[in-house]
Write a protein that binds this ligand. Structure first.
Ligand code: TRP
Length: 450
């Protein structure tokens, strides 16, 4: 424990955690979910969940890590042997996410190369994304490249270099996202999209909205997968946990919000905001943004810069994901770092190829009605993570008691929202998750419709 290196300075922790939190989740996943699940009502649900549930769970995970000085599996095991299963379950999440994360990362590289080659207008044409993804070797090739880049960094341990670059790139990405969002809003027909995105339509509210928003919250803030426990284990005692959590939340949610504003009004301006265009799913950003760039003077350069920055944000996240999986394997399989890297690489190739093809030629193969990528995404975000979150809440609320976390959080500063924390962890979160899980299982079995 004593030889754990620490994050330097107070802001060091927030930057590292935000670096892991900000990635494709904000830029790619949030906008397509918000578009699909009713716009404003999704946004509202997300924000309410973020300030209650997200806040409580992140505080809990960081405190657990700092208290024990261990990663997920060890942290739960040390505190209570019966609950070490939470650590194992949490560890399954990054293993499932990494492969399809790299598939999307591959799409980002593809679009970057298109814009570098001056083909931005071609990418704006209807059907461009569909024909790209309908291919076999091309999407697999880009996926392999992205995965390879990630693996090289992890294998040779050059994360520090990447982090340095991304510390500079991240603020630029934020500014660029803001700029594109403002531009998109001014396009003819886009305003309806702004209203759709901002104004909640309560008739669109359903259990599915909450499930999708909750899964997105976990995904985007890297919760319910042990990551924040590990980060907490590196955090110095004099850092205020509450303040750090607030900062990470505001930063992460802010970027997601502007990413939505960049994409959704574009869907209205260029594709009429029809239910089909809003429900495009994972391809939404790739279909819509090239149209926005094509409309913009100097859009080729802006587009190029945008995909380059997104690539960096995606790479830092995938490196951190792979790093996590490698350390799980080195610890549990008692193998060296290098062999572990190759095992992870092998698993990622195996799971990544179907995710890639499932959007194209294997689109006909369905697992509980979903293509492979959607299936992996669903199993991790909407099934395993809620279960991990539920178990964590029960563990903290009733086994080690909220006081244990509150005491840890108060070492480095005040914990003003401790009442809220206790109520959410003990009652609100567990009840909500149980209701959501039951209703989604019942609807999956066709017993109720939600
Ligand atoms: N939060 C990241 C994003 O928004 C994705 C992610 C999920 C992640 N789990 C992670 C990143 C673990 C690093 C480590 O894109």
């Amino acid at each position: 424990m004593s030889n754990r290196s620490n994050f330097t300075g107070k802001i060091g922790f927030v930057l590292a955690a935000a670096g892991s939190a900000v990635g494709l989740g904000n830029i790619w996943r949030f906008p397509y979910l918000a578009a699909q699940y009713g716009g404003g009502i999704f946004l509202l649900t997300y924000i309410v969940l973020a300030v209650t549930f997200g806040f409580a769970l992140m505080t809990a995970e960081i405190s657990l890590g700092r208290k024990t000085g261990l990663s997920a599996i060890g942290a739960f095991k040390t505190l209570d042997k019966r609950f070490s299963f939470i650590g194992y379950l949490a560890s399954a999440v990054p293993i499932i996410i990494l492969p399809y994360y790299c598939v999307i990362g591959g799409w980002v590289i593809k679009y970057l190369t298109v814009f570098i080659g001056g083909g931005g207008s071609a990418a704006a044409a209807d059907g461009y994304f569909g024909s790209f993804i309908g291919g076999v070797w091309e999407p697999i090739g880009w996926f392999a490249l992205f995965l390879g880049l990630t693996a090289v960094v992890v294998l040779f341990g050059v994360e520090k270099g990447i982090e340095k670059v991304s510390k500079f790139m991240m603020p630029v990405l934020v500014v660029l996202t803001l700029f594109i969002a403002i531009y998109t809003m001014t396009i003819d027909g886009a305003w309806d999209g702004v209203i759709y995105y901002i104004k909640p339509d309560f008739s669109k509210f359903s259990v599915k909205t909450v499930l999708a928003a909750m899964g997105q919250l976990f995904y985007s803030m890297s919760l319910a997968m042990g990551i924040m426990i590990t980060y907490g284990s590196y955090m110095k005692k004099d850092v205020c946990i509450e303040t750090s959590v607030r900062q990470i939340e505001i930063f992460d949610t802010g970027i997601a919000f502007f990413a939505g504003l960049m994409v959704i009004p574009g869907v209205f301006a260029f594709s009429g905001g029809t239910p089909e265009s809003l429900g495009a799913g994972p391809g939404l950003m790739f279909v819509t943004l090239p149209k926005v760039f094509d409309h913009m003077s100097g859009g080729t350069v802006i587009g190029l810069l945008f995909f380059l920055l997104v690539l960096f944000a995606a790479l830092t996240s995938s490196i951190s994901l792979m790093e996590t999986v490698v350390s799980i394997f080195t610890d549990k399989l008692k193998i060296g770092r290098r062999p572990a890297c190759f095992v992870v690489l092998g698993i990622s190739i195996l799971l990544g190829i179907p995710s890639s093809l499932g959007n194209g030629i294997w689109g006909g193969i369905k697992l509980i009605g979903m293509d492979f990528l959607t299936f992996f995404d669903f199993i991790s975000n909407s099934v395993i993570m809620p279960i991990v979150a539920l178990a964590t809440c029960i563990f903290i609320g009733y086994i080690i008691k909220p006081k244990a976390i509150i005491e840890e959080a108060e070492i480095g500063g005040a914990f003003k929202a401790k009442k809220l924390f206790t109520v959410v962890i003990k009652y609100v979160a567990p009840v909500c998750i149980v209701l959501i899980l039951i209703s989604s299982v019942l609807s999956g079995l066709g017993i109720i419709s939600i």
